[in-house]
Ligand binder design. Structure first.
Ligand SMILES: [Fe+2]
Length: 246
């Protein structure tokens, strides 16, 4: 089985199109999306429709998805994020809003090996930043692997004999080998708004036969994504950060 793992698209169509092009050249058996289809970017409707067309897919909701459909208060967001949520609320089609409303809350168990969540397994809105959060997360999952998103950083935490270690995945490609006596908490990074000072879209492929997870960074038309954000009069900072990967 080959799983495509991706997260945090945030309405960035250009980054998402690059992901779709990337997958065309590879055999993908199952798509796994970790939340936040919308918020920040200028194409929420296109992202929802194109994500829905990927089959088979496992999805969960992110905090921006929740806020846009009224399941979460916008007040918990900073002013720039809140302004993008208000813009998305007034530009999203009813059928797409209904789809966001139906997205499942994490964690979800995909099979005996894989669980998924947006923030953390114990709280869908919690950021896993560091070994302390990761230890807490490991105590809440039973599967050997849990994929998460939300932080927009490609990161792997391992747990072996009670020892938790985190590794930031720097550079254009990375690969990890899945070991039998190790548990994993894995963030593929963000498609639509990377924050690790690398502006390229991030995703991962888990090949169960090879027992490996490979991490990729994809070039995309960042200028066009920025231009649309400015054209829609979304906060200019949302365009600037795309070019810097922050
Ligand atoms: Fe996000």
């Amino acid at each position: 089985m080959r799983y495509l793992i991706f997260a945090d698209i945030h309405g960035n169509l250009e980054a998402f199109l690059s992901l779709l092009k990337f997958t065309q050249k590879r055999k993908i058996d199952h798509y796994v999306f970790l939340g936040d289809m919308v918020g920040y970017g200028a194409n929420p409707n296109e992202i929802i429709q194109k994500t829905r067309a990927l089959k088979p897919i496992s999805t969960i909701r992110g905090n921006h998805d929740k806020a846009v459909c009224g399941l979460d208060s916008v007040q918990t967001f900073n002013p720039i994020a809140a302004s993008a949520i208000y813009w998305t609320k007034s530009n999203i089609l009813k059928k797409n809003l209904d789809y966001l409303l139906r997205l499942k809350k994490g964690p979800q168990i995909i099979n005996e090996q894989i669980a998924i969540c947006h923030g953390a397994p114990f709280d869908e809105d919690h950021y896993i930043f560091g070994e302390f959060d990761a230890s807490e997360a490991f105590s809440h999952i039973q599967t050997p692997i849990c994929f998460f998103g939300h932080t927009h950083f490609p990161f792997v935490y391992t747990e072996k004999d009670g020892v938790v270690e985190g590794t930031f995945l720097m550079g254009k490609t990375n690969e990890i080998k899945i070991e039998k006596d190790v548990r994993y908490l894995i963030n593929p990074g963000s498609i639509g708004q990377p924050r690790d000072r690398n502006p390229l879209a991030a995703c991962a492929i888990y090949d169960t036969k090879a027992g490996k997870i490979k991490f990729f960074r994809l070039e995309y038309n960042i200028k066009e994504a920025m231009r649309k954000i400015l054209r829609e009069k979304l906060p200019p900072a949302l365009a600037e950060r795309l070019s810097m990967g922050i």
